[in-house]
Design a protein around this ligand. Structure first.
Ligand code: PGA
Length: 267
């Protein structure tokens, strides 16, 4: 049953239905997660043409997932995992534990993990490998800092992060992964990348994925993240190569997040 659901989730992703992913970061306690979901569902009807993903904190995960039963268009992931499968790693969660708690996905390489917690590119590779071992879909985040952008190094940095993220596995195994381009200077700053800038980086990522994964890379969705809000969501989603949105701040208000998820799609 789980397996069939998982397969259908993958096949839905492979036709690149737009994805709307909420990264709650260190917000929304368990006690608030079910009320959030009730309010969200009251404002978000089922759309056949898109999927919604939630990344609650590990402790709010259960409350959030429990409040959304029987909605195959809504999936849950965790914000982080340790790269080891088990052992003496106090405070950590493994990919297998996340999977058994109901997670389908895991964020790997988010800029806050890299820049606040000092996660290295090598560690992102280990985490992607751990996710794949446990059957979790990695949502691999890449993005340049403002200094790197101003130095003209955006592509170099983003593609290096991407290669490092898949360095510990047979890259052909990530044809069911998701990628998010999240420029560090755009995260939580109110300054989003323009649709044109996002498209240019997404195109470079897509080209690199072709090299790494081969033809099946065309099924890998590439999301944009960084100061997405209800005002810019439509234009960003309409940009060539943008297959979805990864949203932090604007996903914390149930009604506002539903408005974003209800964005009219232009083909
Ligand atoms: P933001 O965060 O939407 O608040 O900029 C995005 C993210 O960190 O994933």
């Amino acid at each position: 049953m789980w397996f069939l659901f998982f397969l259908s989730f993958l096949s839905r992703l492979s036709v690149k239905r737009p994805l709307f992913a909420a990264n709650w970061k260190l917000h929304i306690a368990p006690i608030d997660a079910s009320a959030f979901m009730r309010s969200f569902l009251a404002h978000y009807g089922r759309h056949q043409d898109r999927s919604v993903l939630f990344f609650p904190s590990a402790l709010a995960f259960h409350a959030a997932i429990d409040a959304v039963k029987e909605r195959s268009d809504i999936s849950f992931g965790v914000q982080n995992i340790h790269w080891e499968d088990k052992g003496a790693f106090t405070g950590e969660n493994s990919a297998a534990i996340a999977r058994s708690a109901g997670a389908r996905l895991v964020l790997v390489g988010h800029s806050e993990r890299r820049h606040v917690f000092g996660e290295t590119e090598e560690e992102t590779g280990l985490k992607v490998a751990a996710a794949v071992r446990a059957g979790l879909i990695p949502l691999i985040c890449v993005g340049e800092t403002l200094d790197q952008r101003e130095a003209g190094d955006t592509e170099t940095v983003v593609l290096r992060q991407l290669r490092a993220a898949v360095a510990k596995i047979d890259a052909s195994k990530i044809d069911d992964a998701l990628i998010a381009y999240e420029p560090v200077w755009a995260i939580g700053t109110g300054r989003n990348a323009t649709p044109e800038d996002a498209s240019a980086v997404h195109a470079a990522i897509a080209d690199e994925l072709k090299v790494l994964v081969g033809q099946r890379s065309s099924g890998i969705p590439i999301l944009y993240g960084g100061s997405v809000n209800r005002g810019n969501a439509g234009a960003l989603l309409a940009a060539p190569g943008v297959d979805g949105l990864l949203v932090g701040g604007a996903s914390l208000d149930a009604e506002g997040w539903a408005t974003i998820c209800n964005t009219t799609l232009t083909s």
